[in-house]
Design a protein around this ligand. Structure first.
Ligand SMILES: [Zn+2]
Length: 317
């Protein structure tokens, strides 16, 4: 499966059906649990994990004049909302929308806007018109899709974490012996991973996610293009020292570039940790995280697949 196809699937947290379907189409014999996580069990002691969901918006109210009030799903910066275009979606429909902002002509002075001042405009002039398009409270809105190659980078919507989903699929395609898990609702508190990790017979979990680039204190001296990042610490503190050392050892032995860094936020690794499964997170450095123009270096994507394959082979016993 191409990374482009995965980034073009819509998957706001809790509404990951399109992403799940693409993954199920690409692998045989996977199960879907009660929560929507996809689990492909292998005869192995190691599980690789990536999350299917992305940050976005959720319609909370359709106003009488057809405007849509919304709330944010996951960590979205208010500053990127005005002027964004979004896609609202549900059973059998996709509707284009924009988040409008008053034009500069009408502004006395530049004002700070928050998400609560904003609304989504889908071109409906009444509640009935919006409802006829399929829109109702609980309709998700994802950022409009975009996928371009720029220099040695890919810039796309939802690289967080379709890049990880893709890397797992590539490793699977190459026959890596492992259990593969694609989780739901990571961006709203690692919910899918919390559920699935309670019900899993593996010795290790290696989470493959993006990691925000770059800040001298938060991330350390990591750089795009220099390899996947072993996240030694983040806001959840999820990091297993023993497993991390093994990962470094395997990467070194196989000649796979790897960097050591730390992250803000957290990953599904924390959920496995509290369920008693030693876990680490491998991060694909991503510029402009949680915006519609995330960027990842192609060499890092390629080396992440190499690292997963190597770890699967060496940790599977
Ligand atoms: Zn992520």
């Amino acid at each position: 499966m191409e990374l482009e196809a995965l980034t073009k699937a819509l998957g706001v947290s809790g509404f990951e059906d399109e992403v799940r379907q693409r993954i199920l189409n690409a692998v045989g014999g996977a199960e879907v649990d009660e929560f929507g996580n996809v689990v492909l069990r292998g005869r192995s002691k190691v599980a690789f994990v990536a999350h299917m969901d992305e940050v976005g918006l959720l319609v909370t109210n359709v106003e009488e004049d057809g405007r849509l009030r919304f709330r944010k799903v996951g960590g979205v910066d208010d500053k990127i909302l005005p002027g964004s275009s979004v896609v609202l979606y549900g059973d059998g429909f996709r509707v284009e929308g924009v988040i409008g902002v008053a034009p500069p002509h009408f502004q006395q002075q530049q004002q700070q806007v928050t998400w609560q001042d904003l609304y989504i405009d889908v071109g409906a002039s009444s509640r009935q018109e919006a409802e006829a398009m399929g829109i109702a409270p609980m309709t998700p809105a994802a950022f409009s899709r975009r996928y371009v190659e720029m220099g040695r980078y890919v810039s796309a919507t939802a690289l967080d974490d379709r890049a990880g989903c893709w890397a797992l699929l590539e490793a699977y395609r190459r026959g890596a012996p492992a259990t593969f898990i694609w989780t739901v609702q990571e961006e709203v508190g690692l919910m899918g991973a919390r559920a699935v990790s309670k019900n899993l017979d593996v010795k290790y979990a290696v989470v493959v996610d993006t990691t925000a680039c770059c800040h001298p204190n938060w991330t350390g001296g990591v750089k795009p293009g220099n390899g996947p990042v072993l996240r030694i610490f983040d806001n959840y503190g999820a990091f297993n020292n023993k497993l991390a050392k093994k990962v470094l050892e395997v990467a070194k032995r196989r000649g796979i570039p790897i960097q050591i860094g730390s992250g803000g936020g957290g990953t599904d690794a924390a959920a496995f940790f509290v369920s008693g499964i030693p876990s680490v997170a491998i991060g694909i450095l991503t510029k402009y995280s949680h915006s519609p123009v995330e960027m990842a270096h192609r060499e890092d994507l390629r080396n992440t697949v190499e690292l997963i394959v190597a770890l699967a082979e060496e940790l599977s016993q």
